[in-house]
Design a protein around this ligand. Structure first.
Ligand SMILES: [Fe+2]
Ligand SMILES: [Fe+2]
Length: 316
């Protein structure tokens, strides 16, 4: 993967900036880091999640998403080290889930949904498989590791079970985030309306987040193909109303991300276009003789007809 000197490349946008302030994101990541390491150290579920801190993070996400909505899209957080995944991914899933819930008019239970999204994979800390294995190894996970990994929703519920301030909605999200509408999910193979509506939101946000990360690290799909997959799975694996709401407000491209175009050129994502999640405005970047990457004056709005044939093939 190419390394960029970020400050020198794109002075206009910081890599991975989003509408949620950095202090909220950093706090969420720190809380998850502490919680997961405490759980790993203890080796059992009797570690209390820091309820008040998590609620404040959800409030921070909710207020920035609702202020920006309905004109701004959210996207995911770029990171470079595989072991950052387990702390960054829950934050992204929480941002996606809150954005989807607000877009679907679900205002009353945002706190339960956000908490469920932040804690959805908490059981992974009690599974003896590296959490990033789910995307670094993907389909290549050994059957034994895959079986162990599949116990994490139930282990997550055990972590939350002892804490009465965590609602039944939040627990349902943790228990059901790998269930699929067509019954193909786990652990119980629930179907359709047997899966709680909030779990369907987080299931969709979770799948989208992890597929986007895999598309960057494994390159098995382009970001556009991930969007296509989510659309094709709508009504089968995922609730179609949730997919529709999600693709209206969650872009596969973080602002400031470097992307490879089908022309072979490299560009930085400048702005996201609502309603055209796979067609952001990008600015071409080029490498100077001294090796430093700089912006060029060429801005391309990929939503415009003249750029119709230019695709984004990868996030660098
Ligand atoms: Fe999970
Ligand atoms: Fe997850």
């Amino acid at each position: 993967m190419t390394t960029f000197v970020l400050a020198e490349v794109v002075p206009l946008v910081a890599r991975g900036t989003g509408i949620v302030p950095d202090d909220v994101r950093n706090r969420a990541i720190r809380i998850m880091q502490d919680l997961l390491s405490q759980l790993r150290e203890a080796g059992d579920p009797a570690v209390e999640p820091p309820y008040d801190d998590l609620v404040e993070v959800v409030e921070g996400i909710k207020s920035s998403v609702s202020k920006a909505s309905p004109n701004v899209l959210v996207s995911w957080t770029l990171f470079d080290e595989p072991d950052e995944y387990e702390c960054v991914h829950p934050f992204d899933v929480a941002v996606f889930s809150v954005a989807i819930a607000l877009a679907m008019g679900e205002k009353a239970r945002i706190q339960d949904i956000g908490l469920g999204a932040l804690l959805h994979d908490v059981g992974m800390a009690l599974v003896p498989v590296a959490p990033e294995a789910s995307y670094t190894e993907g389909e290549g996970l050994s059957p034994d590791k895959a079986k162990q990994m599949r116990t994490h929703p139930e282990l997550g519920v055990k972590v939350l079970r002892q804490h009465p301030r965590i609602s039944a909605f939040t627990k349902a999200i943790v228990a059901q985030h790998h269930e699929r509408m067509d019954g193909s999910g786990y652990p119980r193979g629930l179907r359709g309306s047997d899966i709680h509506p909030f779990s369907r939101i987080v299931a969709c946000a979770d799948a989208y987040s992890s597929m986007l990360v895999r598309s960057r690290f494994q390159r098995h799909m382009t970001p556009g193909e991930v969007v296509d997959y989510m659309m094709s799975a709508a009504g089968f694996e995922f609730d179609k109303d949730v997919v529709r709401a999600m693709l209206g407000c969650v872009s596969p491209f973080p602002e400031g991300a470097f992307v490879r175009l089908s022309t072979g050129e490299l560009a930085a994502v400048e702005r996201l276009s609502r309603g055209m999640v796979t067609r952001p405005v990008v600015r071409l970047v080029k490498q100077e003789a001294d090796g430093v990457w700089v912006e060029t004056s060429t801005e391309m709005d990929l939503a415009r007809p003249e750029h119709q044939t230019t695709l984004i093939t990868a996030i660098e």
